[in-house]
Design a protein around this ligand. Structure first.
Ligand code: PGA
Length: 266
């Protein structure tokens, strides 16, 4: 089974509206010369307040904007109600999103998100017709204690609990070792591939071999233009969730270009 690669930019809490627009236009300008078949699936995740401006630039006129999908960085699992400060899946869909990143380690660490909350979000996102990008990953202490695989397997089982095989097949997982996020220390590509293959086996154990074969599993953590080709050459790595290097059109476009050299055409 050949899985279409995904290059997703997690802009985190960065960029004002005008900057988000400029960055989006820089990516759009680059991708307009390629067909959707040549390109990986491209996703960008701006802050909530920039979703609107990015959606407006995305348009549908064939200028390239429609080759970039928009993601939110978080959501609530309820549709509406007394949840001050939260945004629902329906609202994100209304704002032009087709993906939602959930369970990022920064949300788990700073906002006390639990596996149970992430599972509720995954269910709401899929029920609303959007695609979750479910993040998982171990701390340095967990890696050194030799519990990486068991920790990640338990995060994945909890996140996917109660989802149908079809829902699992269309979901996206991002393996992001916490010690590699924003540190410049990329996880060795063979090791990232080993963990991602383990995640695929875990997915199979809770669904079907077909779902495990279809689900796209990304690597994240200090991905740069110089690291992506090796990462994409590995059997189980289906793309990247990029933080820092997604904030400049030049480096993000180079990551897309280097991905196209080794993968795509699906
Ligand atoms: P980084 O962030 O590429 O800056 O390490 C990745 C992420 O947190 O998604």
């Amino acid at each position: 089974m050949s899985r279409k690669p995904i290059i997703a930019g997690n802009w985190k809490m960065n960029l004002l509206k005008s900057q988000a627009k400029e960055l989006f236009e820089g990516i759009k300008d680059y991708v307009k010369d390629y067909s959707a078949k040549e390109l990986p699936t491209i996703v960008v995740a701006p802050v909530f307040t920039s979703l609107d401006v990015v959606e407006t630039v995305a348009c549908n006129c064939g200028c390239g904007g429609n080759k970039i999908s928009i993601a939110a960085q978080n959501c609530h699992w309820e549709n509406s109600g007394a949840y001050t400060g939260e945004v629902s899946v329906e609202m994100l869909k209304d704002a032009g999103c087709s993906y939602v990143i959930i369970g990022h380690s920064e949300r788990r660490q700073y906002f006390s998100e639990t596996d149970e909350m992430i599972n509720k979000k995954a269910k709401a996102i899929l029920a609303g017709g959007l695609i979750p990008i479910i993040c998982c990953g171990e701390t340095l202490e967990q890696r050194e204690a030799g519990v990486t695989d068991s920790h990640i397997a338990s995060q994945i089982k909890a996140a996917l609990s109660g989802l149908s095989n079809d829902e699992i097949a269309k979901s996206v997982i991002a393996y992001e070792p916490i010690w590699a996020i924003g540190t410049g220390k990329t996880c060795d590509a063979d090791e990232a591939n080993r963990v991602i293959a383990m995640i695929r086996k875990t997915v199979e154990s809770v669904s079907s071999s077909q779902a495990a074969d279809s689900i796209r599993i990304l690597y994240g953590g200090s991905v740069k233009p110089g690291t992506i080709a090796e990462q994409m050459s590995k059997s189980d790595i289906d793309g990247a969730l990029v933080g820092g290097a997604s904030l400049k059109a030049d480096s993000f476009n180079e990551i897309i270009a280097n991905t196209m050299k080794v993968a795509c055409n699906v």
